[in-house]
Design a protein around this ligand. Structure first.
Ligand code: LAG
Ligand code: CA
Length: 482
């Protein structure tokens, strides 16, 4: 369950948060496929409660009403067509699976597929689920439970969301049927929402009943779905990430916290020389990594002082480090703009999602940020694809915040987070020649719109990253784009 089964030569997924299925299909064909992206995490595809009392917040999608595939992102037919078109473009689909709970208790009770529920009776006819399918008697997770009491973390309600009992055969069957339907439609795997709040033993039974990936969508025969379990473990809790790594991959929240700290100047970049398990991160093969996600970019979930699109310069630095470094399975965030942390995605007065528009410089409009269309980010996806499974070599640092390293003989990157210029003759490990920096510009034909780097026969080159340059890094690699 730890192999994302990307198409050959691809390495990176992006979370297209709250996008519509038709827009994702188009994005696979016009952008993600051609640019070498490996996959997409989509928002939950199953029916959720409509919450007008909070003006349709983004978080209504974390309140399931049924496993029918109708949401603001589209219906089942649109979902199937998206998966087909993306797989044909070489881009995999990973589903955010909300299987720990159903909704909270609300006055509104209509879902995006038209199903209703009786919250007081724990009745969800769209599945159907009833009182016996939930942990009982009702209890609510208190902050102090995380320190002491795994059984309360697993069996009580998270934020008042009605807690399914995955220990019962019927609940497992409903969940497995839902997930297998998606696998048969061609998805490549799942994010397991709130995995900390489910028993590892129950999850194992569920995973082991999942189908192999669909060979008619280009997967090798016998391939198991990629599963990354959302477990927020910053240390010191009764439930630990290590209970979940024997099952499948796990989200590593320390990754984005530490890199956010370093790239904001709270830690010197030179300490990143041993980035990985020596920082108490998970083993690389177990680890799904990201700088920000949909929760912590707005202070939900683990919170913390996380870099986002709002602090673009250090954010791009942290993302470039993530993509240049071989540790972990990286995931990019693609956001909609927000001020209010509860606000939903761009929508009209009826609550319909508004599609992103695409500007002439490839960026997005209509309220969508599309970090995955920022040059400094998508060109680092290409860098990572070229670097492949090479290791880091020729690490250099100035004893402070200027660092550089090679990826085998495939790529070279330098960062300057000091307040003075970086001007050094450094080993790039690349064949002699002229390279185009993929951060400050891009190659078009024989010319380069950004910095040019000339590598000598000894592999060395003069590397310059000014303290006041637009970006804090410079990257070159083999292949046509640099
Ligand atoms: C997750 N991972 O474990 C998701 O990443 C996270 O986004 C989900 O919370 C959470 N678990 C449940 O799937 C989000 C919001 C919550 C929101 C919840 C349900 O961060 O704030 O709770 O989705 O929509 C909301 C209200 C609560 C209320 C609750 C129940 O904010 O005040 O108690 O709904 O009605
Ligand atoms: Ca639970």
């Amino acid at each position: 369950y730890k192999n994302p089964h990307y198409a050959p030569g691809r390495t990176t997924m992006v979370h297209l948060f709250e996008w519509k299925w038709d827009d994702i299909a188009a994005e696979c064909e016009r952008w993600l496929g051609p640019r070498g992206f490996g996959g997409i995490q989509i928002s939950p595809p199953n029916e959720n409660l409509i919450i007008w009392s909070h003006n349709r917040p983004w978080w209504e999608r974390y309140q399931p009403m049924s496993y029918q595939l109708t949401t603001r992102s589209g219906n089942e037919q649109q979902f199937a067509s998206m998966v087909r078109r993306c797989n044909d473009a070489g881009v995999r689909i990973y589903v955010d699976a909300i299987i720990n709970h159903m909704t909270g208790t609300w006055n509104e009770n209509v879902g995006t597929g038209g199903n209703t529920a009786n919250f007081g009776q724990f009745n969800y006819p769209g599945v159907p689920f009833g009182r016996n399918d939930f942990n009982w008697p009702e209890c609510y997770i208190e902050p102090s439970d995380y320190g002491c009491c795994p059984e309360r973390v697993r069996n009580c309600q998270l934020s008042g969301l009605k807690d399914l009992n995955q220990g019962t055969e019927y609940v497992r069957q409903m969940i497995v049927t839902f997930m297998n339907r998606l696998i048969d439609m061609g998805v490549a795997g799942f994010r397991i929402d709130a995995a900390k709040h489910m028993w590892p033993g129950d999850l194992r039974i569920i995973y082991d009943r999942l189908h192999n990936l669909n060979t008619a969508h280009g997967f090798p025969s016998g391939a198991r779905p990629y599963i990354y379990q959302e477990v927020i473990d910053l240390g010191g809790e009764a439930v630990s990430r290590d209970e979940y790594t024997p099952l499948a991959a796990v989200t590593e929240f320390k990754f984005g916290m530490e890199l956010s700290r370093a790239f904001q100047g709270g830690n010197q970049l030179r300490w990143l020389a041993n980035w990985g398990p020596q920082w108490n991160l998970l083993a690389s093969a177990d680890s799904l990594v990201f700088i920000d996600n949909h929760d912590n970019q707005r202070g939900h979930g683990a919170g913390g002082n996380i870099l986002t699109y709002k602090q673009a310069r250090p954010y791009k630095g942290a993302i470039a480090f993530m993509l240049a470094h071989p540790y972990g399975e990286p995931q990019l965030m693609s956001s909609f703009g927000f001020q209010n942390t509860e606000a939903g995605p761009p929508m009209d007065s009826s609550g319909n999602l508004i599609s992103p528009s695409i500007n002439s410089d490839n960026t997005c409009g209509n309220g969508w940020i599309c970090e995955h269309r920022w040059r400094q980010i998508y060109q680092m996806v290409a860098f990572r694809n070229v670097a492949g499974n090479t290791n880091i070599n020729d690490w250099w640092d100035n004893g402070s915040n200027q660092i550089a390293f090679c990826r085998g003989g495939q790529g070279f990157i330098a960062f300057n987070n000091d307040s003075w210029d970086l001007n050094q003759n450094l080993q790039t490990c690349l064949p002699a020649g002229r390279y185009c920096d993929v951060i400050s510009g891009s190659k078009s034909g024989n010319s380069c719109t950004g910095k040019t780097v000339t590598v000598g026969n000894d592999g060395r080159a003069l590397i310059s990253v000014g303290a006041n340059d637009y970006d804090m890094m410079l990257a070159i690699h083999r292949g046509p784009e640099s």
